[in-house]
Every structure is written in structure tokens, then in C-alpha cells.
Write a protein that binds this ligand. Sequence first.
Ligand SMILES: Nc1ncnc2c1ncn2[C@@H]1O[C@H](COP(=O)(O)OP(=O)(O)OP(=O)(O)O)[C@@H](O)[C@H]1O
Length: 302
Amino acid sequence: MNENAISLKEVELQRTHFQLGPIQLEVPKGYVTAIVGPNGSGKSSTFKLILDLIKPQKGDIKLLGKNISEDDDWQTKSRVGFLPELFSPHDNRLKASAKTEFVKKWYPEWDVNRYQELLRLFEVDDGIKLGKMSKGMRRKYEFALILSHHPELLLLDEPSSGLDPLAWRTMIDVLHRYMEPGDRTILMASHIVEEVKRLADYIVFMIHGRVLGVYEKDELFGSWHAFYVHGEQVNRKRVQAMPGQCGIEDTGGGMLRVITRMAPDAEDWCGQEHITITHRQALQLDDILAILVEQERTRLRA
Ligand SMILES: Nc1ncnc2c1ncn2[C@@H]1O[C@H](COP(=O)(O)OP(=O)(O)OP(=O)(O)O)[C@@H](O)[C@H]1O
């Protein structure tokens, strides 16, 4: 990884019932990074910290090379497009077009043609009051708005929340095209497995306010596998020594299903131990997340 679009160093945020961090996170420029984690794990809070909308108790945050706590300059923030998870109800009485007129003044790179093109693509009428828009329509409008000033960096919190399947496909398409020039960056939070699979280059797991790791997507799916082995050939105790082992299940019919997070090493180990893998399965993102959540719960209980 070379240049970072965002970096968080030892960032801590203390709330009454929640502790975020210390977080160490680097978001590489030119790629899509997806934060994946259960509800309440701190994804939205991380976005707000990055944008200086809330202040951490400790740590340093850099946005597009600038230290955000020292940089009050709008210039850096005007290079970012932020789609929050929830929109403020304060704008509800405004027509979308009135909000656009207000917002566009803040962005030197505002592109009216791009805005009109995106409204057409998403089939959004900006003559409607924001409070009268459906959830999906409002999301599509805000999406068009943040893309129309040619941001270098997009921060998308649950981008497809409320979108129908057709609008979802359009959004994925628009984001792929957005990334085409090669120097743009997306940091997104998502619960949608398919969305992460289609868009992300890197995946960050965040659980209970902690970043559990940043993984290159293909490497992640290539290393988390379930191996099926014959219980007659190998007993539970022996298979516990498999590299990266993080779960053994009896699937009936004398078969054991062994989950490993180090599939290539585990395969070599099986070879050396003369254990035949009868079948193997790459784990899905939600399976991996479920295992990590369980491991984190066990760690917290200990
Ligand atoms: N303004 C606030 N004051 C106090 N606690 C808050 C505030 N906002 C969020 N929290 C708490 O911080 C924790 C993290 O919330 P956050 O919204 O960052 O999580 P999330 O991962 O985005 O969740 P979700 O997937 O449900 O959107 C939660 O326990 C939440 O209750």
C-alpha cells in the first residue's frame, strides 16, 4: 500500500456505554475499503471522527494528508463526499432543489451537468420536498448531491440502505465508474455481503469498537475455508492442531467440518499428516464475521 487517504492513529472515543478504540486504521488511496461489523460496533462513529464532527479523547486523524484537528480549512473537506446513514430532519421542509442551491455554493468543483445526469439516472425529481421523498428516493438524491462536486474521497455509511434492487445496481455501477480514474478512494460501511463483495478491495472488521484487522478481499476469501475430513481417519483432538483452526463441527455420517483461517497452510498440513480433504468450501463474509464476533465475545468474557 502506498499513500493513505485516511489514517487513524491510536484514536480513542469514550462514551457512557461505549468505548471506541484505540483504533489504528489506514485507508489506502485509490481503493475501496469496506468496514464490516455488527450493529453498534462503531462504524458511524468512525465516520464522524474522520470528518471532525465529533472529537476523540485521544489520537491523531489524518484526512487527505491533513491533520483534521489542526485544519479548519474547508478546502480539505470540500474534497470529500459524505453520505451519512441517517439524514437530518431539519431539511425536511426544503425542496431538494433548494438544498442543492445552498450546497453547491460550498464546492468550487460543483458540476451541474453531472448533477442533472445523476438525477436522471436515479429517476429523482428534485422539485419534491425532502420530507415528502421516500427513504430510497432521498438516499438517491443525497447520493447525486455528494457526487456532483467531483470528490476525491467518498465516505459512505450504509450506502444502499432503502434502495430497491434496480437502484442498488445503478449505485454499484456509478461507484465502479467513479473509481475508474484510479486516484479516488471510497471508505464505506455496509451490512450487505454482495455489496462488499462487488465493491471492496479491502475489508476491515470492526467489532465492539475495535478494528480486528484489514484484509485484502481475495486473500480473505482465499484463506477462510471449511474442510470436510473423515472422522474415522482423524479424530477431533488431532484436527485441533490444523493451522488457523477456529471451529470443528460434527456434520454426521462420520464427517468433521473444520474451519480454518489459514487455508493454504492447513492444506499443506493435511498433506503432511496424510489427512484427505473430501470437500472444501470458501466461507462467506457473514460466516467469517459471525466467527470473529464469537471469538471477540469469548475474549471479552475471559
Ligand atoms: N451520540 C451518542 N452518544 C452516546 N452514545 C452514542 C452516540 N452515538 C452512538 N453511540 C453509541 O456508540 C456505539 C457505536 O455506535 P455507531 O452508530 O458508531 O455504531 P455502528 O457500527 O454504526 O452501528 P449500526 O450498524 O447499527 O449503524 C453504540 O453503542 C451507540 O449506542
